[in-house]
Design a protein around this ligand. Structure first.
Ligand code: HEM
Length: 338
């Protein structure tokens, strides 16, 4: 009764724009069988939105909890969190690609825009990595890291998801298995998954036994990652790009997409990887012997791209470029060799 009365036309001071909006709102809510006046009450009683509530600022700023008294541990935690947020932004775009592929709405322009966004996030991450490389006291780092064992960035599931969404699973298998898995089918996914490069990188060479860092990671994330690998079998960027049909007017886009994909490969598999490696060299390389990695890998052999040769889109690179993957940068940037 009350609601009907409220909608009766009366003399009022409302402008035509407001009346038009009320009319649109009425249509919108009645189409869903909803009572507009109740929603207007909601508007009336609602508080004004604040910045801090909207972005959950108090929660966000309560998540930096060092476990040692060393001040630089906070730098370490916050920079990891910043990285994870950029990873989350990247995965948001990968999700959109996958969804568009699944509902057949994907276009070359849409894919290009998503990849360009992800590239921007990785450029930001790579250029800020000096916050780690130069921004902590080595003495403090070497102390607080001992309290973090066996945790390691190696256990970043979002990083693994970015790899899975970027390319076909064979491309992130250990390099000794890539060829054998190059024509894997959806049924082969669990087999390929067992040979991903990081699983082998975190196993003792002699005994093959897994590091605790890996065991814990597998326990928490294997199921989720395996599921993602299945879901992105045909909707990872490499497969999506291969399935695109270009019209003759889109030849420019085809080239731009090629370039954007090459940058994605370089950003994830060389530039970020090497910026990260540089921090391992800075903190863990000490004559006469190197300091052991917290995750138990042989990090000198494991981290540099020239050994791993993770390459998402090999079809976009020449033989020579594939051969020289990551070599030049590591010499000039990490070791200062001209
Ligand atoms: C002083 C800074 C850092 C050092 C010394 C360092 C060291 C290492 C080492 C030695 C590894 C090899 C795995 C292991 O045995 O633990 C590793 C892996 C990894 N770290 Fe870091 N890290 C640093 C900062 C970061 C940051 C800020 C992130 C951001 C999330 C990160 C993410 C990763 C990832 C994703 C891996 C796995 C890489 C792969 O599997 O190829 N690290 N890190």
């Amino acid at each position: 009764m009350y609601s009907e009365l409220a909608l009766m036309p009366t003399t009022n001071n409302f402008s035509p724009e407001i009346l038009e909006k009320l009319d649109s709102l009425q249509k919108k809510y009645s189409a869903m069988g909803q009572d507009l006046p109740s929603y207007l009450d909601g508007l009336l009683f609602a508080d004004f939105l604040t910045y801090w509530d909207y972005i959950n600022l108090d929660t966000l700023l309560s998540l930096q909890q060092p476990i040692t008294p060393y001040p630089d541990e906070k730098v370490f935690i916050i920079y990891h969190q910043i990285t994870e947020l950029y990873f989350k932004l990247s995965l948001h775009e990968f999700d959109r690609i996958s969804e568009a592929q699944t509902d057949s709405s994907i276009t070359p322009t849409f894919l290009l825009e998503r990849i360009r966004r992800i590239n921007r996030y990785f450029v930001a991450l790579t250029s800020s990595f000096d916050i780690m490389v130069d921004g902590m006291d080595q003495g403090e780092f070497l102390k607080f890291r001992m309290s973090l064992l066996p945790a390691s960035g190696f256990q970043s599931a979002q990083y693994r998801k970015i790899e899975i969404c970027s390319t076909s699973l064979d491309r992130i298998a250990h390099k000794n298995h890539r060829e054998a898995f190059s024509n894997y089918s959806i049924e082969d996914i669990p087999k390929v998954f067992n040979h991903l490069y990081w699983r082998e990188g975190a196993s003792e060479l002699k005994t093959g036994s897994k590091t605790l860092t890996l065991k814990q990671f597998e326990k928490k994330y294997d199921e989720e990652l395996l599921d993602l690998a299945g879901r992105t079998y045909s909707s990872n960027v490499r497969s999506v790009a291969a399935s695109l049909v270009f019209t003759s007017e889109e030849s420019d886009i085809k080239e731009e997409l090629r370039q954007a994909m090459r940058w994605l490969d370089v950003n994830v598999n060389i530039n970020w990887t090497l910026a990260h490696y540089k921090s391992a060299v800075r903190y863990l390389q000490r004559d006469p012997e190197d300091i052991a990695a917290s995750g138990g890998t042989n990090w000198q052999k494991y981290l540099p791209p020239r050994f791993q040769k993770r390459i998402f889109f090999p079809e976009l690179w020449s033989e020579q470029e594939l051969e020289d993957w990551g070599k030049r940068w590591v010499k000039s940037e990490v070791f200062g060799v001209k």
